[in-house]
Design a protein around this ligand. Structure first.
Ligand code: 13P
Ligand code: 13P
Ligand code: MG
Ligand code: MG
Length: 371
């Protein structure tokens, strides 16, 4: 447990089954998760929480004083997902009930067991705005491009140029998901090295960002479901926590990269590249139905006040992001027109964990030596 009265924001998520295929959680799943967390709030484990969803992913946003990777917090998330699976998803025969719960028994930390977790422990500033990013139909590498733009690109983040408190730059922690190694690189000094790694989001994913003086600025969920399971179990739809303002990028600078609708892996059967569409949390936008997508991202803004969550504000619920949604739809049409061809279909590395291997196995013995 933390002794310095620090605040921890833990965002832990899992797909535990959904309504009509893979597109949306059922209201009863949200209700049950809320009841469970309310219990823990009353018991004093949590200070506050907000339960929501992005598409078919159930999202637990929790604040507490227990620090990162706390067994009790992770166990609470795990048992919540288990109970929602057993008491709601299975009786209603929701699709892929318990999809992201890859293990029977809890082993101390949800990482490596299927659910995704982003956690940030920090000393609260006089005012602490936080943006929680939640995505569906994609994988943790999807945050690389926006996080780079937010914390390293002066064309995106005006504060990097005009606010002296941002001039000393940021430290990027990058995880090599293949080797299980991580490296910390300084920006702007090592900007080209950072890009050399994170430009390959299939392998290298940003896990944390600190300001140059050590202040924790951002955390992303980084585990790779496909790597854990060794077979197709859906995309590990990621979450991310970004602190904003007063010596950090402004909230508008955090949201700005999502006006691009950049290409990410995921979408139908976790096997296709498509645009990441910024959407509001509302029923109208927050469910991927076109080819099970396209991939989408929700942004919720909170003020953290003595570890309580003030908010949220549904940040992409703004007509200014309508052109980004229209552009994402246009890109979706263009990408879809490639059908089963790469680069719409993912490359062989990423298809390794899908059902395609079964098709290739079936053909294996029919190959003959070519002339
Ligand atoms: P702060 O330094 O208060 O974060 O100001 C930035 C700003 O207002 C941009 O919107
Ligand atoms: P999810 O990873 O969101 O469950 O989607 C899986 C899928 O197969 C979509 O077509
Ligand atoms: Mg699903
Ligand atoms: Mg999902």
């Amino acid at each position: 447990m933390s002794t310095k009265n620090l605040t921890t924001v833990s965002v832990i998520k899992a797909d535990v089954g959904s309504l009509a295929g893979h597109h949306i959680v059922h209201p009863k799943q949200l209700e049950m998760a809320r009841q469970k967390l309310e219990h823990s709030r009353k018991d004093g484990l949590l200070v506050d929480f907000h339960v929501t969803h992005c598409g078919d992913d159930l999202e637990l946003i929790m604040t507490h004083r227990m620090g990162e990777n706390n067994v009790k917090i992770h166990e609470l998330a795990w048992t919540t997902f288990k109970e929602v699976t057993e008491k709601v998803s299975k009786p209603l025969k929701l699709y892929a009930a318990g999809q992201d719960l890859l293990s029977e028994a809890f082993s101390g930390n949800v990482r490596g067991m299927g659910p995704g977790a982003a956690e940030l422990e920090f000393q609260e500033r006089a005012s602490d705005p936080v943006v929680i990013l939640l995505a569906d139909k994609t994988s943790p590498g999807a945050w690389n491009l926006p996080l780079y733009k937010i914390f390293a690109d002066p064309f995106n983040t005006a504060g990097l140029v005009i606010d002296p408190s941002l001039h000393r730059g940021f430290i990027f922690e990058v995880l090599d998901t293949h080797e299980g190694l991580s490296v910390r690189l300084k920006c702007p000094e090592e900007l080209y090295d950072i890009l050399a790694l994170i430009g390959d989001p299939n392998r290298y994913v940003i896990s944390k960002i600190f300001r140059n003086d050590g202040l924790p600025a951002a955390a992303a969920s980084t585990s790779r479901l496909s790597m854990i399971a060794g077979r197709y179990v859906g995309k590990d739809d990621p979450v991310c926590i970004v602190r904003a303002q007063s010596g950090l990028p402004a909230v508008g600078e955090v949201l700005e990269p999502f006006s691009l609708s950049h290409l990410v892996p995921g979408w139908m059967r976790g096997s296709h590249h498509g645009p990441l569409m910024p959407v509001s949390v509302s029923e109208a936008q927050n469910k991927g139905t076109r080819f099970d997508g396209p991939p989408r991202v929700v942004a919720l803004g909170f003020q953290i006040s003595n570890a309580t969550l003030v908010g949220p504000s549904d940040l992409f619920d703004d007509p200014a992001f309508e052109p980004a949604r229209t552009k994402a739809s246009e890109i979706a049409y263009y990408m879809r027109s490639h059908g089963p061809f790469m680069p719409h279909r993912l490359g062989p590395d990423e298809m390794e964990y899908t059902t395609l291997t079964g098709v290739l196995d079936k053909l294996k013995d029919r190959f003959q030596k070519a002339e």
